[in-house]
Write a protein that binds this ligand. Structure first.
Ligand code: UDP
Length: 309
């Protein structure tokens, strides 16, 4: 049994990770300021004596009085709507916040995992994206607060590793979906599911020919765990390599909800990547990880979750 710190543990992916680590018999300390996470995501864990919550903004200094064995650092707002509303907050979380967590890792001699992102590849000129691709990021566009601060955090991780020998793990998450995603942060799966369930127009941005590859959250969580236990530094891509257009995705959600919604087209946001698909050869070879949940099955579970609202 280990004492594991999870930043962003009240978030969509973080809360599933807390569940997973607790089920394995560990103690989990969740840090969240609920900037984008929600206390509802971890409400079911409140009576669990192996679970504790520290409500705290990680960009502010944090002192912990207990020994930490491992750290999963997920905290950051991550949706394009948040990029518009909270760009400075995002940059501080990924820079000062990451520094604070690396210091905790160093003091505790605890391996630390960072959830970087496919956004480090920007508008990719290489397809699918391998970890060796250095990316094509606009350093001052509307997504730059996220893309560049995640890139900075990767660099800071490697700097701690080089200077202090900190045990680091970096994964790059591609689009992830599932229950507990926020309804109101503008991401494509919650938008389409909610629109379809309410028989409102399904809003496809651009002509819908842009692609994404969607990984179900339980697959992602298993990948995070395998990465932590692997002892590898990475970076390693974690995502589902099945690529779909956004229009195709809209049609599938409409079908699965038996919705009468019409599909309408709206303007494409600036710097919205045209194509995105991970090359997961490294995750397969080095972590023996492969996503298992297919898109229809995952979408049905996600749609069921949104039905309760
Ligand atoms: N998108 C869309 N309609 C929506 C929300 C998003 O067509 O209501 C598109 C968006 O332009 C992007 C893709 O879906 O091409 C994925 O968007 P999301 O915000 O979920 O994540 P991203 O991969 O862009 O960070």
């Amino acid at each position: 049994m280990e004492n594991i710190l999870v930043t962003g543990g009240g978030g969509f992916i973080g809360s599933h990770l807390c569940d997973f680590l607790l089920e394995k018999g560990n103690s989990v300390i969740c840090i969240d300021n609920f900037g984008s996470g929600s206390s509802k995501n971890i409400e079911h864990l409140k009576g669990n004596e192996k679970f504790s919550l520290i409500e705290h903004d990680i960009s502010e200094n944090l002192k912990l009085d207990q020994k930490i064995d491992k750290i999963y650092h997920l905290a950051s707002r991550a949706s394009p709507i948040a990029f518009k509303k909270y760009p400075i907050d995002i940059m501080m979380t990924n820079s000062l916040g990451t520094f604070n967590l690396l210091e905790i890792s160093r003091k505790n001699n605890a391996p630390i995992l960072f959830t970087s992102t496919s956004e480090v590849y920007g508008e990719p000129e290489e397809h699918p994206q391998k970890e060796t691709y250095n990316g094509n990021v606009n350093c001052n566009g509307p997504r730059s607060c996220y893309d560049e601060s995640k890139r900075f955090a990767e660099a800071l991780f490697f700097s701690f590793n080089r200077q202090y020998g900190t045990e680091i793990r970096i994964v790059r998450l591609f689009n992830t979906y599932g229950p507990r995603m926020r309804s109101d942060d503008g991401r494509v799966i919650p938008n389409f599911a909610n629109q379809a369930l309410k028989n409102e127009p399904i809003t496809v941005y651009g002509d819908g020919s842009q692609t994404r590859s969607f990984c179900f959250v339980t697959d992602t969580v298993k990948g995070l765990y395998k990465m932590m236990e692997s002892g590898k530094s990475g970076p390693i891509n974690l995502g589902n390599p099945v690529e779909r257009t956004i229009l195709e995705t809209a049609k599938l959600v409409k079908k699965l909800t038996s919705s009468d919604s019409e599909i309408i087209f709206k303007s494409l946001p600036k710097d919205d990547p045209t194509r995105r698909k991970p090359d997961i050869t490294k995750a397969k070879e080095e972590l023996d990880w492969n996503p298992e949940i297919d898109f229809e099955e995952g979408l049905e579970k996600t749609i069921d979750y949104f039905k309760q609202f």
